[in-house]
Ligand binder design. Structure first.
Ligand code: SF4
Length: 430
């Protein structure tokens, strides 16, 4: 992982960056944890969650000699990411489709799965939802004419490299191209994991900060990537502190999948640091109810307990999460761990994603199956990110049937028609 130096706190932080005033806080003292494998006498950490049963079995099969202290350390998880097909074969019985993807030299998007997330995959089931999201298949090499590398035309709204300014009052600041685990449907696969497009560089970050500083309309900054939570606490704090010096930046958001694929990252030290930069929000990328493990629940609890509002973003994926019952379990489960389901995205037409895209009607069916049938808080906004740079466009099932005289005819969640005396229609009619 030579290129991952900037993501590894166990190595020295980079020396002060030329041209930037970077003062890194001293290293926290190393924690010496007593290593105990036995679940009944776990005293390795103040609040490590009891692992899920699947994870326990996986560890016994593949990492039996690895201590809890290592397993629960995010650096260890990052260093032991599974990144090659030979390694995948060790953990999974690969299907023909998966093996073919591995033998093709021009694999488009890198493979990387943390050992923790690998523990949630079913060894003998290539159709398992979680497995389909991170293990490549040959279909990725099928390119439909409507697909493109940058379907949202973000490059066109990029005033400085790594920063997208599309909406008037907010920007997307891509601070790294690295993720611990790569999703096969990633909208930013043109950048993420490419190791050149968005390489972490002082000049790049400074250009982004300068742009934000010089643009007073920007009141909301979304740190994204890649996954910003793969940065060390020191680097992340450096960025947050610089953003907080800009008076017109009211809100900082972090977009991440770490609580799901690398819950070990949500350390007490990290949240202690994050809470110094409130108001700070977090958007977590969830895909399926099987991701709601004790480890992920504990990570979300730690964030929520420290006052970080949590929202989820989910991409609708064919054969993965495109059923009402799956989505209901996911969104209700998120509510229980204090994450508000925020967006459900129609899958963007990125290259090689045809096997993941559902008809839009499926997304509408899902919203219809949720609205009224569960808490309103558990129903996200279903959106299409308009190709070509249209921005997020919300979609709703047809609840409005039209006007009859002055009445607006509406269909409720049971299909019953209701009349609402519409004041606007009355004004027009009179
Ligand atoms: S976590 Fe986000 S940025 Fe990273 S691969 Fe998945 S979708 Fe892309």
């Amino acid at each position: 992982m030579g290129e991952d130096l900037l993501h590894d706190e166990e190595k020295e932080p980079p020396s002060p960056l030329p041209g930037l005033e970077v003062v890194f806080p001293p290293h926290p003292p190393k924690r010496h944890l007593k290593v105990v494998w036995n679940r009944s006498s776990r005293d390795i950490s103040t609040s490590e969650p009891q692992p899920g049963i699947r994870t326990l079995e996986f560890r016994k099969e593949f990492f039996n000699a690895i201590s809890d202290a290592h397993w629960n350390n995010w650096h260890w998880q990052l260093r032991h990411r599974i990144t090659g097909f030979a390694e995948l074969e060790r953990f999974l019985c690969l299907s023909d489709q998966e093996r073919e993807a591995g033998t093709r030299r021009e694999t488009i998007f890198p493979v990387s799965v943390t050992p923790y997330y690998m523990s949630l995959l079913e060894k003998n089931n290539p159709l398992q939802s979680l497995r389909r999201t991170v293990i490549p298949v040959a279909c990725e090499h099928v390119h439909a004419p409507e697909e493109s590398e940058d379907p949202l035309n973000e490059e066109n709204d990029t005033p400085v490299p790594g920063l997208v300014h599309r909406y008037p009052d907010r920007v997307l600041f891509m601070v790294t191209d690295f993720c611990s685990t790569y999703c096969r449907y990633c909208t930013r696969s043109r950048i993420v994991g490419k190791r050149q497009a968005c390489r972490l560089s002082p000049a790049r970050w400074q250009a982004g900060l300068d742009y934000i500083q010089a643009t007073p309309t920007v009141r909301d900054v979304l740190l994204s990537g890649g996954d910003p939570l793969t940065l060390s606490d020191d680097l992340l704090e450096w960025l947050l502190s610089r953003l907080r010096r800009i008076p017109h930046v009211e809100i900082i958001r972090i977009g991440t999948k770490a609580p799901v694929v690398l819950p070990q990252r949500i350390t007490a030290g990290l949240v202690r640091m994050l809470k110094r930069y409130h108001p700070l929000w977090m958007s977590i990328h969830f895909t399926h109810p099987d991701e709601l493990t004790p480890e992920t629940a504990a990570a979300c609890q730690r964030l929520a307990d420290n006052g970080i509002p949590l929202g989820s973003q989910t991409v609708l994926l064919a054969g993965v999460n495109d059923r009402v019952d799956q989505m209901k379990r996911l969104f209700q489960g998120l509510m229980k761990i204090r994450v508000k389901p925020y967006y459900l995205y129609q899958c963007d037409p990125i290259i090689g994603s045809g096997h993941f895209r559902t008809p839009v009607a499926r997304g509408l069916e899902i919203i219809q199956g949720l609205r009224g049938h569960t808490s309103g808080y558990a129903v996200p906004a279903y959106v299409i990110d308009g190709p070509g740079g249209g921005g997020k466009i919300p979609l709703l099932p047809d609840y409005v049937l039209g006007h009859e005289g002055r009445d607006l005819l509406l269909k409720n969640y049971q299909g019953r028609v209701c009349r609402y005396p519409d004041p606007a229609a009355s004004l027009t009619a009179s």
